[in-house]
Design a protein around this ligand. Structure first.
Ligand code: COA
Length: 388
C-alpha cells in the first residue's frame, strides 16, 4: 500500500515587495537579488495574518466533505507560532471545524517542522490506512530591516493531507537523516527576528545535503539517476541550485540537463513568494508539480529537507496519477497575480506593525485583507480569529 501526499494547498498574503525596489533602497545591484540570491519578490504579511490564519487559509483548500471525518491527526509545523504553550493545531482544528476525536499538536525545528510532521503522519496512516492526517507548515520569515537576511524574507503556508493510496505523491517508506548541534540560525525567546550566520548556514546545508542523499542511495541500493528531479528546502532559490551543482558531476550530461531544467520548474513559486521556512520545500514541490517539463506518473523525485540548528533529511517520492492539477495551478496563479505591490516605505511600515504578540488588548482591522481567515486582535491576552 502506498502512503503519501493526497492533496496540497498553498496560501500567501496579498501583499508583496519587488526586490528591484528593495535593491535600489539598499544601494545594491538588483542582479545580486535576482540572480545571486535567486529571488524576485517577497510576500509581506499584513497585521491581520499570522501562522495560524495562513495555515487555515491553506488548509481550507484540502479539507473536503469526503476527507473531513477521516482526519484524526493534525500537525502544525512552524518556527513562528503564536503562543508559547497552546499549539497552532488546536486553533486550526477550531477554525476549520475539524472533528474533536483527533490528535493535534505543533512541532518546531526551524524549517524542518513540516517534514517531521509529514514523516510522522506517513507512519500513522501506514498503521491506520482508513484515517488521514493534515500536516501544515506555516511561517513568517523575518530577519530585520537592512540586514543581509532581509532579501530572504517571505511568508505563507502549505497544507497537505496524508492518506493511503494518495493522488499526488507516494512517500518512500525510508529516508536518511542527519543532525548536529549547529548555531547557524536561531531565534531567542524574546526575539521577533531570526539571528543567522548566513554563509556558515549555506555551507552546513550543502554538507547535510551531500551526506543524506548519498546515505539514502547507499541504504536503498539506488542510483542518483533513478531520480528524475530533485527538490530542496529553498530559503532562497539560489541555495538549492548551489546544492544541486555539487552533485552534477556524479551524473552524465543528459541527466544534469534534466535536473537543471526541473530545478527551474521547482523554483517558479518560491521566486515570487520568498522564504516560507517550514513550507519552503513543499512550495518547491508544488512548483515542480505545476511546471514540470518532462515528468510523468511513476517517476521518482528526491526531496531534501533542512532545518537550521540543524536537522537534514533526504527521502523520495513517486509521482501519482493526479500529480498535476490545472485547477490548483490556476488558483495559485490568480492568487499571486492579485497581490498588491508595496513600495519600500509601505513595506517597512508593514514590517514594524507585525507581529502583534505582546499586547493584552488590541484591535486589528482586517478589512483591507481579502483572506477567508483573519486575525482580528487580542482580548484579555487571548488571540481572536475570524472566518469570513
Ligand atoms: N550579480 C549577480 N550576482 C551577484 C551580484 C551581482 N551584481 N552581486 C553579488 N552576487 C552574488 C554573489 O556572488 C553571491 O553568489 P554565490 O553565493 O553564488 O557566491 C550571492 O550574490 C550573494 O552575495 P553575498 O555577498 O554572499 O550576499 P550576502 O553576504 O549579503 O548574504 C545570504 C547572502 C544568503 C548569506 C544572506 O542573505 C542570509 O544570511 N540569508 C539568510 C539565509 C538563511 O536563512 N539561512 C538559514 C536557513 S537555511
Amino acid at each position: 500500500m502506498n502512503v503519501g501526499i493526497d492533496q496540497i494547498g498553498f496560501y500567501t498574503p496579498s501583499y508583496y515587495l519587488d526586490l528591484r525596489d528593495l535593491a535600489h533602497a539598499r544601494n545594491e545591484d538588483p542582479n545580486k537579488y535576482l540572480i545571486g540570491i535567486g529571488q524576485e519578490r517577497q510576500a509581506v504579511p499584513p497585521a491581520s495574518q499570522d501562522a495560524v490564519t495562513m495555515a487555515a487559509n491553506a488548509a481550507v483548500q484540502v479539507v473536503t466533505p469526503e476527507n473531513r471525518e477521516r482526519i484524526s491527526l493534525i500537525i502544525f509545523g512552524t518556527e513562528s507560532g503564536v503562543d508559547n504553550s497552546k499549539s497552532g493545531a488546536i486553533y486550526l482544528q477550531q477554525l476549520l471545524g475539524l472533528k474533536r476525536e483527533a490528535r493535534a499538536f505543533e512541532i518546531k525545528q526551524a524549517c524542518y517542522g513540516a517534514t517531521a510532521g509529514l514523516q510522522m503522519a506517513k507512519d500513522f496512516v501506514a498503521a491506520h490506512p482508513e484515517q488521514e492526517a493534515l500536516v501544515v507548515g506555516a511561517d513568517v520569515a523575518r530577519y530585520g530591516l537592512g540586514t543581509p537576511g532581509e532579501v530572504t524574507q517571505g511568508c505563507g503556508a502549505i497544507a497537505m493531507t496524508i492518506s493511503a493510496n494518495p493522488r499526488t505523491l507516494a512517500i518512500s517508506p525510508n529516508s536518511s537523516v542527519y543532525s548536529d548541534d549547529i548555531m547557524d540560525f536561531w531565534r531567542p525567546l524574546d526575539h521577533t527576528v531570526a539571528l543567522v550566520d548566513g554563509h556558515y548556514s549555506n555551507d552546513i546545508y550543502q554538507q547535510f545535503f551531500q551526506k543524506t542523499i548519498h546515505a539514502y542511495c547507499e541504504q536503498q541500493q539506488t542510483n542518483l539517476t533513478d531520480f528524475q528531479a530533485l527538490t530542496f528546502h529553498l530559503p532562497y532559490s539560489k541555495l538549492g541550485l548551489k546544492a544541486l551543482r555539487t552533485i552534477l558531476p556524479e551524473v552524465n550530461e543528459a541527466h544534469q540537463q534534466q535536473w537543471l531544467t526541473e530545478f527551474e520548474s521547482s523554483r517558479v513559486y518560491n521566486r515570487q513568494v520568498g522564504n516560507l521556512y517550514t513550507g519552503s520545500l513543499y512550495l518547491s514541490l508544488l512548483s515542480l508539480l505545476d511546471h514540470a517539463q518532462g515528468l510523468t506518473s511513476g517517476n521518482q523525485i528526491g526531496l531534501f529537507s533542512y532545518g537550521s540548528g540543524a536537522q537534514g533529511e533526504f527521502f523520495a517520492g513517486t509521482l501519482q496519477s493526479e500529480f498535476q492539477n490545472s485547477n490548483r495551478r490556476k488558483q495559485i496563479d490568480e492568487m499571486l497575480a492579485r497581490r498588491q505591490r508595496l513600495d519600500v516605505n509601505q513595506y517597512e511600515e508593514f514590517f514594524t506593525q507585525w507581529p502583534t504578540f505582546n499586547t493584552a488588548n488590541v484591535t486589528i482591522d482586517p478589512e483591507p485583507d481579502d483572506a477567508e481567515f483573519v486575525f482580528t486582535g487580542v482580548v484579555d491576552n487571548k488571540r481572536q480569529y475570524r472566518q469570513r
